[in-house]
Design a protein around this ligand. Sequence first.
Ligand SMILES: Nc1nc(=O)c2c([nH]1)NC[C@@H]1CN(c3ccc(C(=O)N[C@@H](CCC(=O)O)C(=O)O)cc3)CN21
Ligand SMILES: CC(C)C(=O)C(=O)O
Ligand SMILES: [Mg+2]
Length: 270
Amino acid sequence: MPSVTEIREMAGEQSITMLTAYDAVTASIVDAAGTDVILVGDSVGNADMGYESTLPVTVDEIASRTGAVVRGTEDALVVADMPFLSFGVDQSESIEHCGRMLKEEGADAVKIESSKRTVELTERLTELGIPVMAHLGLTPQKVNELGGYTRQGTTPEAARRIIDLANRHEEAGAFSLVLEHVPANLAEKVTDALDIPTIGIGAGPGCDGQVLVINDVVGLSDWEPPFSEQFGDVRSEMAGAVEKYNDAVESGDFPAEEHSHYEDDLDELY
Ligand SMILES: Nc1nc(=O)c2c([nH]1)NC[C@@H]1CN(c3ccc(C(=O)N[C@@H](CCC(=O)O)C(=O)O)cc3)CN21
Ligand SMILES: CC(C)C(=O)C(=O)O
Ligand SMILES: [Mg+2]
């Protein structure tokens, strides 16, 4: 069972595997496959709740999903992804929201979309015993400011800002860092600059680990980011089962004798 310390020590050693999960069933499948880290992503908003973005997701929703994932997980490290405006508005409120994921839901750590304003919060949370995974590059909670889910860190200045913030979050105590949708050569430089592991999504092969959204990986999404890869076709599997069920009900093949029971005493009932 990897702890935050064991994940930190995987930097430069073994590739860290991380996937999202939003419910106990999926978490149990992801966990049994030996995945190192399960992220209760705020991507639940678009992946599982029908929203267009991650912005509407609430603290209560992430808390509820985190509890479910924890109950479905035996071995993996469970990280709760703090939703839009659950941190950064007010420090004590931020700490309460993050603390709740550990204290009430059993998460091992939280992830916070990082900026220069989260350095101090990361330090405070770490010092209180709430391990923090940082997140730089494309931070989808800033979609309205960025104007889309565009590649980040593409100019020397933007790349330098990311390297600087990565260093500052490591110094503040973050135990790992997600790097999203940045050039592979920038991700390599960040990985070299840090002692803590980098976990990439659309950040090339040079990171210490990789993360993707489970729906994209198993083939449940109706769209995926260009950097994702479908490793299965669960949507067709499910559609096939549902069609067979509908056909069986319509034809009268289901339920059959083995799905039904009869009581002799009831035969005379009028
Ligand atoms: N199902 C799912 N998978 C994800 O990987 C994911 C989410 N949801 N939700 C939160 C964020 C959003 N992500 C995304 C979404 C779209 C692009 C994308 O299509 N980028 C294109 C177009 C950018 C634009 O012009 O808007 C690109 O070429 O960069 C990238 C990352 C990654 N995350
Ligand atoms: C893709 C990962 C890093 C994420 O933040 C999410 O799933 O919400
Ligand atoms: Mg997220």
